[in-house]
Ligand binder design. Structure first.
Ligand SMILES: Nc1ncnc2c1ncn2[C@@H]1O[C@H](COP(=O)(O)OP(=O)(O)OP(=O)(O)O)[C@@H](O)[C@H]1O
Ligand SMILES: [Mg+2]
Length: 230
């Protein structure tokens, strides 16, 4: 199994936020993590990638236990995290941002990220800080894909972006997941978008998973959608 999460709890210092989360992801598999504001989605992702404290449980990559608080180990295992603030280098150009990501690639590759995001090609020499929010998000995803990861973990893909950009991002991700081989964990405020991109979904409430299953099944369940109403 690529990524196996067993009864993981996490948070910050003495503050326990995420409790008892378990799931598994194989190559190409996709999981949406949904839930209202403040329910622990970001903290779960940060616990998984070693940027928050893990208090309980175990994470295994390829069957081998992952030490807690080890973001560097994750990169070396082919797991790339895109935080909710995108994390591009504003003073570097688009091309430099992508080249830097390639330098830390999990495996050498010639993936043409500009083919996925033609908008970025036109702006290759522009400092990333001068891009629109949607273009910066495209760049963040392009940087992540340039590392040729096995598992991509994205916090808030579509927040604040216009529908055409969201569609381009969704198409790009759909191309590389599934048979494309890339596994994905996606947090998004838009359940319909997240369930269109991801075959499976889980919902968090107060740090715990309260519903999980196939997107096709749960997406048609009114009680399920009620869990997400603010
Ligand atoms: N660094 C931190 N230290 C202490 N508590 C935190 C910290 N970050 C978040 N929290 C608390 O943890 C809880 C879950 O927050 P988290 O950001 O994980 O939720 P979320 O589901 O990602 O919310 P949103 O939809 O707003 O992004 C909240 O009560 C929040 O106040
Ligand atoms: Mg969040």
């Amino acid at each position: 199994m690529l990524f196996a999460v067993h009864e993981v709890g996490g948070g910050y210092g003495a503050i326990h936020i995420v409790k008892n989360v378990s799931f598994e992801l194989g190559a190409g598999e996709t999981l949406a993590v949904l839930g209202r504001n403040g329910m622990g989605k970001t903290t779960l992702l940060r616990t998984l990638v070693g940027l928050a404290d893990r208090f309980t449980g175990e994470i295994k990559v390829d069957g081998k236990p992952l030490p807690a608080r080890s973001p560097r180990a994750l990169a070396q295992l082919g797991i790339t995290y895109v935080p909710d603030d995108r994390g591009v280098f504003p003073r570097l150009t688009v091309a430099e941002n992508i080249e830097l990501a390639r330098l830390s690639a999990y495996r050498q590759n010639d993936r043409d990220v500009y083919a996925l995001f033609p908008d970025l090609k036109l702006r290759a020499d522009q400092p990333a800080g001068t891009l629109s929010g949607g273009q910066q998000q495209q760049l963040a995803i392009a940087r992540a894909l340039a590392t040729e990861p096995r598992l991509l973990i994205i916090d808030e893909l579509s927040q604040g972006l216009q529908p055409s950009i969201v569609q381009a991002l969704a198409d790009a991700l759909s191309n590389v997941t599934g048979n494309g081989g890339l596994a994905l964990i996606l947090v998004d405020q838009n359940p319909h978008l997240a369930m269109r991109i991801c075959e499976r979904v889980m919902v968090m409430q107060r740090g715990e998973v309260v519903a999980a299953g196939a997107s096709a099944t749960l997406g048609a369940d009114e009680g399920f959608l009620d869990l997400l109403i603010v």
